[in-house]
Design a protein around this ligand. Structure first.
Ligand code: MG
Length: 147
């Protein structure tokens, strides 16, 4: 299954605060963004179960930077989709949703925003919404995936 993760307030603290993974000297030196506690374990687990992992963000972070970020955490991701990629792709689909995972072959998208869940219900794509306060969020993802 191809599963995508939002960044801001899902895997990376932005307007919300949640515990983050430890950073080694190299991550600190390079100014790599902190990721949510549990991210490394969850993504490794999903990979080992044969899933494909994408990052899908409405930010304009660069592909190079995000691929490097996840590589340095030891969890290479399969594809990165930012707002620019989304805009280009969605022109073809004439779609006005903030995110449209089916355009990228994504089976389920993990996000913090209830609005994305509503879009999913409206446009027929599967979402898993994680509360930034959910300290057991990795279990929530696995359970919602039926794993
Ligand atoms: Mg978000």
């Amino acid at each position: 299954m191809t599963i995508s993760f939002d960044l801001d307030d899902t895997l990376i603290p932005a307007s919300k605060i949640f515990p983050t993974e430890e950073q080694n000297w190299l991550l600190r030196l390079l100014g790599i963004e902190k990721v949510r506690k549990g991210t490394v374990g969850l993504l490794k687990e999903l990979k080992s179960r044969g899933h494909t992992i994408y990052i899908y963000t409405t930010s304009y972070r660069s592909t190079r930077k995000i691929l490097l970020t996840f590589h340095l955490y030891g969890i290479p991701i399969d594809r990165f989709i930012n707002q620019e990629h989304h805009n280009n792709k969605l022109k073809e689909h004439r779609n006005r949703t903030s995110k449209y995972p089916p355009a990228f072959g994504i089976d389920v998208h993990v996000d913090d925003l209830p609005g994305v869940k509503m879009e999913g219900e409206l446009y027929n794509f599967r979402t898993i919404i994680i509360d930034p306060q959910d300290s057991n969020w990795t279990e929530t993802v696995l359970r919602a995936m039926g794993e």
